[in-house]
Design a protein. Structure first.
Length: 149
């Protein structure tokens, strides 16, 4: 497992957010244990402006075996996310879509993702149960859900 210094660059603003640190540590562990020829398909629900990913070294270290889909409903945050993707040249790794957590299974096929990540989203939802049902529909059987408030 990577140390915090290995997960974060010197400019990362996330070092004070324990939930996000734990998500990145778990993802690093999953990616390290993913065979070189395989790709880990990850969904970030409520990605905002990619603050979980920008500033961490996850994409630069493991991008070759990461297929990342990021969803949110805030068009301004998605615009910022797309700017970051272009600036970081992550176009082949990160895909951003405007999708509500309540409609994940309408956009993505059942059991599509190896990992579903969601940080600081659940506490803002009116129907957490419905959101969780949608998340688990698109998560592969035996996949990892990293859901933090």
């Amino acid at each position: 497992m990577k140390t915090l210094q290995e997960l974060f660059t010197h400019e990362n603003p996330l070092t004070g957010n324990l939930a996000k640190v734990q998500v990145l540590e778990r993802l690093a562990s999953l990616l390290e244990n993913t065979p070189a020829q395989d790709v880990l398909k990850v969904l970030d629900v409520g990605c905002g402006d990619l603050n979980l990913w920008y500033g961490s070294s996850i994409i630069s270290k493991y991008g070759y075996k990461l297929d990342l889909y990021c969803t949110d409903i805030d068009s301004n945050k998605l615009k910022q996310a797309n700017n970051i993707i272009a600036k970081q040249k992550w176009n082949d790794i990160v895909k951003v879509r405007s999708v509500s957590v309540y409609e994940l299974s309408k956009v993505f096929t059942s059991e599509t993702f190896d990992v579903v990540v969601s940080t600081q989203v659940l506490e803002h939802l009116k129907n957490v149960k419905k959101a969780l049902v949608e998340i688990y529909k698109v998560l592969k059987r035996g996949g990892d859900s990293l859901l933090y408030r």
